[in-house]
Design a protein. Structure first.
Length: 134
C-alpha cells in the first residue's frame, strides 16, 4: 500500500525483495515476463518491521538498473517534494548521501550486489514455470 498516493500496486511479474533494517535503501529484483532482470532501489529511511508489517519512508530518489545501465530516477519528484513537504536539510543531505553510498556499494560489488540475489533467479524462474505463486 502506497499511503501518500492511497494506492495499491499490483505487478504482473516475479520479484526478489531485500529490505535491510539498518540501511537507507531497499532493493527489488524484478523478473520481467520478457526474461529481463531489473534492479529497482529505493532511497529511504531504514525499513521498520513491526510484527508482520514491513514499512519504510521513501525519500523519492531511486536507482534503477535496466539493460546494463544504472540510472538515477525520480530526481524531479525529490525536488518537488522537498518544497511540497518542506523536507528538513538533514533529510535532503541524508538522501543524497544514501544515494552516493548505494552507488559506491554497487561499484564495489558489495552485498547484496555481489551476486547474492542473482543466485536465486533460477529458483524463482523454476517456480514461475511450474505456476507456483509461493
Amino acid at each position: 500500500m502506497h499511503h501518500r498516493r492511497e494506492a495499491v500496486y499490483t505487478y504482473d511479474n516475479y520479484s526478489l525483495e531485500f529490505y535491510p533494517l539498518d540501511a537507507d535503501f531497499t532493493v527489488g529484483l524484478d523478473l520481467e515476463r520478457t526474461g529481463e532482470v531489473t534492479y529497482y532501489c529505493n532511497i529511504c529511511l531504514p525499513p521498520v518491521l513491526q510484527g508482520n508489517t514491513l514499512s519504510f519512508i521513501d525519500l523519492d530518489l531511486d536507482l534503477v538498473h535496466r539493460e546494463e545501465v544504472w540510472t538515477v530516477v525520480d530526481e524531479d519528484e525529490f525536488l518537488e517534494n522537498q518544497q511540497l513537504y518542506d523536507y528538513p536539510t538533514d533529510v535532503i543531505e541524508r538522501a543524497r548521501a544514501s544515494l552516493l553510498n548505494l552507488q559506491e556499494r554497487i561499484a564495489q560489488q558489495q552485498f547484496p550486489f555481489d551476486g547474492f540475489l542473482d543466485s536465486f533467479i533460477p529458483t524463482v524462474l523454476q517456480m514461475k514455470r511450474r505456476g507456483n505463486d509461493t
